[in-house]
Every structure is written in structure tokens, then in C-alpha cells.
Design a protein. Structure first.
Length: 559
């Protein structure tokens, strides 16, 4: 046995390509761990998973069935963390990093097959690992990397399905297709065109075998999907997530185009893309899987049109990560053969590396985009807000309902019932809430930020404290008292004495008959460390709030 192990080790290290790939994956892993982070939206999935683990169902607030997440399979995979008592952030990191390594490894295999050259695989792994955004989204807490790994595994399996007469590969391909869509429904835009490969690339002995393979694949994918959709509808009484109603409103195609163009420009990808177009015929001559390359291009086109429709995203290029994985596979052909000269290959690679390094170092806050550094900052700040509320309310936290526009960290760490003021967990707000006037009509609203809860929504939902987007006021308590409740509320509005140093998003608008008539509800400022106060509005009377005000010495304005 020892001799066999020694021979296996010797064989491994004697294969230079295997060793090189292992080293490249190890370096990619180290970089991803260094860039790790968790974003606020991830805690939405964490909260749903926690409620499911505790037997309360897949819900946001206990007893309220609204699908406020878009990543069913990922959310379900988070559940064991709560059963095992493992920190959910660390657990999500572990799952995502594992998916990241699968992405790189399968990406290597796909690129090597598409271009008939393992060097294309190495280039693909390098392009993905060296991209700051892609490396950062190896974690993040959301389904990003898991969904990419699922899609690439799907591509590899349909290769196997097409070349094999065994139906087991068709069954596995169908299951992976279903799982991809159950991870993110918009993955259908990749799954649908890529599925054509199963039929078009088949080389069966009989025509009947093609039909049988198509039927088996269709049943393997359609069966789980249909069952899932029926069960979802029975549970939530809706065919699509509530977030669908939110994200299909208010955004402009200009924002969607800007979002995509900024990614390709900032990372220097416009250069290899332009060269690929110019050398398209030479690339096609080199390509060993022309059908797959064409289907990948079709999928990328559909995804691009989809991002135009929904306005892209506001988190640093998260929605570009899946398309970038396929783009890297297709672009890797430039470094194979003699499509372009050796100096051109080196210059383009240096350009891509420089683009990534510069972006990682500067983390410039591009308009309409929140950088990874900003996402990290907000997570830390909102965790401090959660700590403040936990100190104030303690055992009474489950008796007090809050209203927030950042529905992740604060509700998760406090365990408080919460109303997302942007409609995440409220269908009425998502569809009929007050329209948020965009800062620029051409660009439109930030995706998912087109509607805001009306005052009536807050009262009907029996929200006790309006946090909105947390306002951490730094200064003397007397400064807040001098401002008064009306002035504080006016500072929260877009366009009405708006102060960016105090708040970063719109607030629930009060009825005009309350503003200026002395009928506004009290403002409560909760003490934090460093002479800071968390400013909230006390909307509906609650004994738990009254006790907390007395116990922690909160400042009440306009009582």
C-alpha cells in the first residue's frame, strides 16, 4: 500500500501541468480568502434559513409567508449551519469557497475542451482568479459563486451527455439544469440555450435515441422544476419571488448598459473582446466546439439584454460574475495557437492584470455602483446598529417591530420582526408602494429601490420603530434637541434639506397634514459608543419600547 501511495505521489508531481494547475488553484484560493466579505443582502437568506431550521417555515417574519429571497437552493443549503451551531458567515464562506474551486476546475476543463488546448484552461483560471470582483464574490454570503459552479458543471455534463449513449448523463444534466434554476430563476437565460447542445451535438446510432435522450433530459429537468413551482405557489401563493415585483420597476436600460459597459471597460476587457471580434474567423478555425461557443455567445446575449431590462445592479458587478465566467472561457482562445502575436498576448494580459489591481487598490465609488469596500463598511456599521438595539431591548426584542430599508444584518442579529420598507417582504409595498423619485430620470431608480412604504403601510404593519436607512448622528444630544422632530424628519427626505452625511436613502414620507402642524410622532435617539446616536421614529406605542427608553436613557424628542 505504501509503495502504491509513493507511486501515486510521484506520478502526480511528475505531471507538470497537474502541479501547475494545483498551484494556480491554491494561489486563487489564498486571494479569495484575503478578499472575503459578506454583504447585507446575504443576511436575508440567513434569516429565512434560520426560521426554517427552527421549524417556523421558510419565512421572514414568523407567520408571514412572503418569498423575499431569490435563491431557494442556496437558502436551503444554509439550514444545516443552524442545526450544527456553526457561525452562519463562516459556513457560507466554506460553501462558497468550495463552489469557487469547482468553478475554476470545471472552467479549466471546459476551456480546454472548447479550444482543444489545456493552455486555454490555464488562461481561464488565471483570468477568473486575477479579477478582483470575481475573487471577492468567491464569498459574499449570497448564491453568486454556487450558481456559477452549478452552471459550469451543467455545461460539462451536457458535453458528456452528447458524446455518450448512456442516459445517465442526460438525467444528471437535467437535474443540474433544474438545480441551477432553483438557485436563481434567471439562470434559465443560460440553461435554455445551452440545453440545445444535448440535441444538436448528438451522434446517436438511431434517430430514436435522440428523441429518447431529449425526453429523459426534459423530464429530469422539468419534473423537479414543476414540483418546486407547484409547492412554492401553494406555500407563497405566487409563481415568482416577491423580489421580481420589486426589481422589474423603475430602472432604465441606460443604467443597465452603463453597468455592463463599466465592468468591461474598467477591467480592460473591451480590448480582448474587440480583438476577438476582429480575429473572429481565426478563432472559429481554432475552436473545437463551435456549437458550444455559439450557444455560450447566445446565452451571454440573452443575459446582457436581461441586465439592460432590469437596470443591472447596484452591488459591484455581482450580476456580471456569471457572464464573466463564460466570457473568460471564450476569450482564452486568444492565447492559443497563433490567433494573435506573442507580444499582443502579453500586453493584453498585462492590461487585464493592471485593470484588476488598480480597481482593487482604489475601490473608486463609481456612480450608481456600491464597491466591495462600501459593502464591507455598511455591514460593519449596521452590525453596530444591531448591537445597539440588542443592548436596548434585550429580551423584549421579539415584541418590537422595526421598519428598515436595509433588511439584512439588523433584523438577523436582533431577531426583531421587521418590515422592509422597500417591499422585500411585503407584496403590497412591492407592487403599490409610493414611487421613489430617481435622482436622474434618464438613469432611473436603483434596481429594487423603486417603491417605498407609505405611512399607512407602516401603521397597518404595526411598526413600532422606523429605522429607515440607519442614521448614526455624531455630536451632542443638545444638537438633536435643537433640530426638533420636524427638522430631523425633513433631513431624511430626498431633496428636502437632504444631507448625505446623515443618511443614504429615502425615508417613509409622512402625510402632509402632520408635517408642520406639530403632530409628528416622537423621534428616539438611542445612545451608541463614541458620542453617537441611532436616530429612529417612534411610530406605534409599545411597552417594550417604553421600557427600553427608560433602561438605556434614550433621548426622546417631541414627546
Amino acid at each position: 500500500m505504501t509503495r502504491l501511495k509513493e507511486e501515486a505521489v510521484h506520478k502526480f508531481f511528475s505531471n507538470r501541468k497537474v502541479v501547475a494547475l494545483a498551484l494556480l488553484l491554491f494561489m486563487a484560493l489564498l486571494l479569495a480568502v484575503h478578499n472575503r466579505f459578506v454583504q447585507d443582502d446575504a443576511f436575508i437568506s440567513f434569516r429565512y434559513a434560520q426560521n426554517l431550521a427552527e421549524g417556523n417555515g421558510l419565512v421572514w417574519n414568523v407567520g408571514e409567508r412572503v418569498e423575499g429571497y431569490t435563491n431557494f437552493l442556496w437558502t436551503v443549503l444554509l439550514v444545516p449551519s443552524f442545526w450544527l451551531g456553526v457561525d452562519i458567515v463562516a459556513y457560507s464562506y466554506l460553501l462558497s469557497i468550495f463552489a469557487y474551486l469547482i468553478t475554476l476546475l470545471v472552467g479549466f476543463l471546459i476551456a480546454a475542451r472548447v479550444w482543444g488546448d489545456k493552455f486555454a484552461g490555464f488562461v481561464t483560471v488565471f483570468l477568473l482568479a486575477a479579477n478582483f470582483s470575481f475573487s471577492s464574490y468567491a464569498t459574499g454570503g449570497l448564491e453568486t459563486q454556487f450558481g456559477i459552479a452549478m452552471l459550469l458543471c451543467f455545461v460539462w455534463v451536457i458535453f458528456k451527455s452528447a458524446e455518450s449513449n448512456s442516459l445517465k448523463w442526460s438525467i444528471l444534466a437535467g437535474v443540474l439544469a433544474a438545480f441551477s434554476i432553483m438557485t436563481r430563476m434567471d439562470s434559465l437565460l443560460f440553461v435554455a440555450p445551452l440545453s440545445l447542445y444535448v440535441l444538436l451535438a448528438c451522434k446517436p446510432v438511431e434517430h430514436r435515441h435522440v428523441i429518447r435522450k431529449a425526453v429523459v433530459y426534459g423530464l429530469s429537468a422539468g419534473g423537479p422544476l414543476l414540483l418546486w413551482l407547484i409547492l412554492r405557489h401553494a406555500y407563497y401563493n405566487d409563481w415568482v419571488p416577491n423580489t421580481f415585483h420589486i426589481k422589474t420597476q423603475g430602472s432604465s436600460w441606460i443604467r443597465g448598459g452603463y453597468y455592463q459597459l463599466l465592468f468591461y471597460t474598467m477591467y480592460g476587457l473591451v480590448v480582448p473582446i474587440g480583438v476577438s471580434i476582429f480575429r473572429f474567423r481565426a478563432l472559429m478555425d481554432l475552436c473545437k466546439e463551435k456549437l458550444m461557443a455559439a450557444l455560450m455567445l447566445a446565452a451571454l446575449g440573452l443575459w446582457g439584454l436581461y441586465l439592460l431590462k432590469v437596470g443591472g445592479g447596484f452591488m459591484e458587478f455581482r450580476l456580471m460574475m456569471c457572464s464573466f465566467a463564460f466570457t473568460a472561457i471564450l476569450l482564452s482562445g486568444l492565447w492559443c495557437g497563433s490567433v494573435i502575436g506573442r507580444h499582443a498576448k502579453i500586453l493584453i494580459m498585462l492590461l487585464l492584470i493592471c485593470g484588476s489591481v488598480v480597481h482593487a487598490a482604489m475601490q473608486y465609488p463609481y456612480p450608481c455602483i456600491q464597491s466591495v469596500s462600501e459593502l464591507k463598511k455598511y455591514h460593519k456599521e449596521w452590525e453596530e446598529v444591531a448591537d445597539c438595539l440588542n443592548r436596548a431591548f434585550g429580551k423584549n426584542s421579539s415584541r418590537v417591530k422595526i421598519g428598515v430599508t436595509c433588511a439584512g444584518v439588523i433584523p438577523f442579529y436582533t431577531g426583531m420582526p421587521a418590515l422592509d420598507l422597500l417591499g422585500l417582504n411585503n407584496r403590497h409595498i412591492a407592487e403599490h408602494g409610493e414611487h421613489i423619485e430617481p435622482a436622474n430620470s434618464w438613469v432611473g431608480n436603483r434596481p429594487g429601490h423603486a417603491r417605498m412604504a407609505a405611512w399607512e403601510d407602516v401603521i397597518n404593519a404595526e411598526v413600532n420603530l422606523l429605522i429607515n436607512t440607519p442614521w448614526l448622528f455624531q455630536g451632542d444630544a443638545e444638537d438633536l434637541v435643537r433640530m426638533g422632530a420636524e427638522q430631523i424628519i425633513r433631513c431624511w427626505y430626498w431633496g428636502e434639506e437632504f444631507d448625505k452625511s446623515r443618511v443614504s436613502a429615502a425615508m417613509v414620507r409622512y402625510p402632509s397634514e402632520l408635517v408642520g402642524c406639530g403632530k409628528l410622532p416622537p423621534v428616539v435617539a438611542w445612545p451608541m459608543s463614541g458620542d453617537r446616536y441611532l436616530v429612529t421614529v417612534y411610530t406605534v406605542y409599545n411597552e417594550g419600547v417604553e421600557e427600553a427608553i427608560k433602561d438605556c436613557g434614550a433621548l426622546v424628542i417631541n414627546r
